[in-house]
Design a protein around this ligand. Sequence first.
Ligand SMILES: CC(C)(COP(=O)(O)OP(=O)(O)OC[C@H]1O[C@@H](n2cnc3c(N)ncnc32)[C@H](O)[C@@H]1OP(=O)(O)O)[C@@H](O)C(=O)NCCC(=O)NCCS
Length: 217
Amino acid sequence: MSQHPGGNAFDVNQRYSLVAEAAWVFQHPGGTVACRPLRVEEASMAAAIEATRFQPSTSVSSFESLISGHNGSCCGIFIDGTLVGCAAANITPVLDGYAAEAFFDNVSILAEHSGCGLGLVLTAYLLALCSRAPHQCSRATLEVRTGNVAAKRIYARLGFTCHGIRKRYYSHPTEDAEIHWLENMQSPEFNVVLSESVSHALELFHVKQLQRSEVDA
Ligand SMILES: CC(C)(COP(=O)(O)OP(=O)(O)OC[C@H]1O[C@@H](n2cnc3c(N)ncnc32)[C@H](O)[C@@H]1OP(=O)(O)O)[C@@H](O)C(=O)NCCC(=O)NCCS
């Protein structure tokens, strides 16, 4: 067991094994954090969350296709049962001997819950979903605004590296896109990266909860 500041015990082994399970659930006195695949009836809530953080945002029907189709993966993060963030990827299945790849659509966390580690947990969870059956992706790719510091920190921690720039790719405001790739998602080392990233994210969540309870006191 590892003892976090403030006395909350997290079982490292238990957390590690969560990587292979359908849902991740982390009990914390400040709230239960859970990640799981979204259901079709939650598509409109996911679209509404994304629309608050990202333009142009994914339509409800696109979320429905990602959730119900075979070539997509879509998940949400919940605090005490309330959806506070969503993430999705399109999957290119194994083709002519080429390994399956995940193309990240987006990751969005409601502004009032940002900076608490939730974006990192959710992105790790989406990668875990993409890497295991039925998708078995070996690689993942995404585009990110050059100035999106928080997103780039998440991707770097999970092992993504920048392989190119699309000049003036984004509008409102105009900005370059960095093209990031992650390799070796089937390696044992990747599971360690996921586990360490989740540990770090839970530290961030814990520290944020402590700060909030100090402000409330
Ligand atoms: C980008 C986004 C998903 C990040 O989620 P989040 O829950 O706020 O981020 P986390 O709390 O998990 O923090 C992740 C890392 O970013 C850092 N970070 C968080 N907010 C930050 C900020 N405003 N400025 C700088 N760094 C920040 C954290 O310290 C952490 O870094 P570390 O791992 O080195 O400690 C979220 O801010 C969001 O929804 N933004 C709008 C949509 C978007 O840009 N999506 C990404 C598209 S590619």
